[in-house]
Design a protein around this ligand. Structure first.
Ligand code: FES
Length: 162
């Protein structure tokens, strides 16, 4: 069941008949739904007349599109050369342990975090580094990594209470 069917219809109607609208169309729909589920892609194909294979092809090709539900906070852990040499694997293991992620899992059960690996965050001097939403955290140690996650969880807990 789509959460925002009416708004999705409005987005589709806005783009119908325009040339090459697929990426911005899917971006707007993803911003409404949080990600592009198979059901959403099927719905967009039916409503817009755009072939489902084309929608699926674009959604799976570009990393900006998410095909699974995402946590509230996106953690980009750098696995680039500078970070790798500085201990990115230890930071990654610490992060996964802290978030309770098992092999192959990306999102924490509490729905707060989704972890993605990236090739470089553009701040190699701060290796090992990760970015949470728009904030870069560098010169990470296991202790510092746990602290960052703890602080976000505390802030989330505080925001639930208010
Ligand atoms: S390699 Fe990690 S920030 Fe560049």
């Amino acid at each position: 069941m789509l959460k925002n069917k009416k708004q999705i219809d409005e987005v589709i109607y806005k783009f119908i008949g325009k040339k090459g609208p697929l990426i911005p169309l899917l971006q707007e729909i993803q911003s409404l739904e949080g990600y592009l589920s198979k059901e959403t892609m099927r719905y967009v194909a039916d409503k817009s007349g755009i072939h489902l294979a084309k929608i699926y092809g674009v959604a799976t090709f570009y990393s900006m599109f998410q095909l699974k539900p995402q946590g509230k906070h996106i953690v980009r852990i750098c696995k680039g050369t500078a970070c790798h040499v500085a201990g990115a694997n230890i930071i990654s293991d610490t992060l996964c342990n802290e978030l309770g992620l098992k092999e192959g899992e990306e999102s924490s059960e509490d729905g707060l975090f989704t972890v993605m690996e990236v090739a470089c965050l553009g701040c190699c001097g701060l290796a090992p580094a990760m970015m949470i939403d728009k904030d870069v955290h560098g010169k990470l140690t296991p202790e510092k990594t746990r602290l960052v996650i703890h602080e976000i969880r505390q802030a989330e807990g505080a925001s639930h209470e208010s």
